[in-house]
Design a protein around this ligand. Sequence first.
Ligand code: SAH
Length: 249
Amino acid sequence: MQHTPYGPPRQYIPDRLRSGAGIELDDPTAHHVARVLRMQAGDPLILFDGSGGEYEASIAALERSRVSVAVGAHRVLEREARIAITVAQGVSSADRMDLTVQKAVELGVFAIQPVMCERSVVRLSAERAASRLEHWRRIVVATCEQCGRNRLPEVRPVLGVPAYCARPDPVVPRLLFSPETETRLSDAAARIGDRAVIAVGPEAGFSPAEEVMLMSAGFSRVSLGSRILRTETAAPAALAELLALKGEF
Ligand code: SAH
């Protein structure tokens, strides 16, 4: 549940919603509604289930830890970007990766593919990779609640660079952000239609071998200018610049 300055609080519901239904909020959300937001019966909220659009809703009843909500009219309303941009992001340290996910979702990313790199500072066991993935997916939900998106961008399971390059996104163009090249994003933007995938390295960048693999997988190198951006800056900057170049803002 996220409070928004411009309207009622928004809540993602993982089950399919239906106008006229009554639903009960899960315990943490009910607690937040009752104790933190101090909402009352009759107060409005917005619900969305990720399948498109959003629902007007209101608190039907509040008991100590049980909150039921009446689901009202469905509104056909999307706040998706006009270009579906997938970010293949080299896995960075926890806080940086969290920032990348949050900012990318706010800026309208279509999907995020975390890629484990030779120079990634974190090493994830299978178990930790699964729990990181759940954690990133929770950030996606909270960010969509906050920023008004009614569809959840997918965060895909972590892959190593070789595994990702064996089956890269079936999307062109594929852009590899690299400070080493002269090709400007504004030149590459001309080749972009309604989809693109962009690869951004972790803190220390992709290794030369990984750059070669990515280029063999159809990526071409693009620069974001003469200053080296931190990894958590690069993907949001690339998204914002690409969308602006294509007339989104
Ligand atoms: N020393 C590393 C810097 C990594 S910065 C190197 O030289 O590669 C982390 C990532 O952000 C890079 O791998 C790249 O994908 C992206 N990035 C940062 N600054 C950039 C720039 N000016 N142009 C293109 N990509 C950039």
